[in-house]
Design a protein around this ligand. Structure first.
Ligand SMILES: Cc1cc2nc3c(=O)[nH]c(=O)nc-3n(C[C@H](O)[C@H](O)[C@H](O)COP(=O)(O)O)c2cc1C
Length: 246
């Protein structure tokens, strides 16, 4: 699976309207200023306006929610990672439930092996500004292994946005995605409106792992990732000004 980190070059916002305009010629006739008062003109050494500084990329952790033997999940994950990698506003990490080896019995005092397993995944959840959670649908919901990973963390999800990518049989995993919205609400996380879903997933991709009809899924991914980036930046700025108190 591709776990590459996306390039981090962020677009440079245009300066705020009027912020670099030289003062108008009113100063020449302003009685408060001597006629020879120098007019400050921004030069190359002038500090850039705050809005012109490049924005830090959104750190997004992609959670691969399926751990079934022979699973289809990595095909969907690789496609999604390619879409994210095409953009310059995300830096990506991957947490794969199948690689996490977390027992389902919760404990306040995890054994050394469970603590070691958590140490493999928790930092990537904690460091994230945002998440994309990939889920198949099993019996109208999401997999137990994904729920276990979610339940083993709390602050890591808190006040962060979550985007959902689902796949399955005829329903495209949408019932699993809607169940996840309820779970993440309990964890003070916000799920973004748009999702990407693949119904009849195994038949929706060719043998090279590409969607047979890529336009729709790509457009859906763009809309979803745009929303995720907006929420991640908005919440990051808000938390810098005021810690989340919920
Ligand atoms: C135990 C089980 C239950 C399933 N239940 C549903 C279901 O309720 N709705 C659906 O659309 N697909 C269902 N499927 C089909 C899976 O969503 C589909 O095979 C998907 O590719 C599984 O993801 P995975 O291969 O990554 O584990 C089920 C599959 C399994 C194994």
């Amino acid at each position: 699976m591709n776990t590459a980190t996306a390039e981090t070059t962020a677009p440079v916002s245009p300066p705020a309207a009027g912020s670099t305009a030289a003062p108008d010629s009113a100063s020449a006739s302003d009685p408060a200023l001597p006629a020879s008062a120098p007019v400050p003109v921004p030069g190359p050494l002038a500090a850039p306006a705050a809005s012109a500084l490049p924005e830090a990329p959104v750190r997004v952790t992609v959670v691969v929610g399926s751990d079934r033997e022979g699973r289809f999940g990595p095909v969907v994950a690789d496609w999604l990672l390619e879409r994210i990698g095409e953009r310059d506003d995300f830096a990506v990490e991957v947490v794969d439930v199948a690689a996490a080896s977390l027992p389902t019995a919760l404990s306040h005092d995890p054994s050394p092996s469970v603590a070691a397993a958590l140490a493999e995944v928790s930092p990537a959840l904690d460091a994230a500004d945002a998440f994309v959670v990939l889920t198949p649908e099993y019996n109208h919901s999401f997999p137990a292994g994904l729920k276990n990973l979610i339940d083993r963390h709390f602050t890591e999800w808190r006040a962060k946005p979550v985007a959902l990518v689902s796949y399955g049989g005829i329903s495209g995993g949408l019932r699993a995605a809607e169940h996840l919205r309820q779970v993440f609400a309990e964890l003070h996380a916000v799920t973004v409106r748009d999702t990407v879903s693949f119904h009849g997933a195994a038949g929706a991709f060719d043998t090279g792992g590409r969607p047979r009809d890529p336009a729709g899924p790509s457009a859906a991914a763009t809309a979803m990732l745009d929303q995720l980036a907006w929420w991640a930046r908005a919440l990051r700025e808000a938390k810098e000004r005021r810690p989340y108190g919920g």
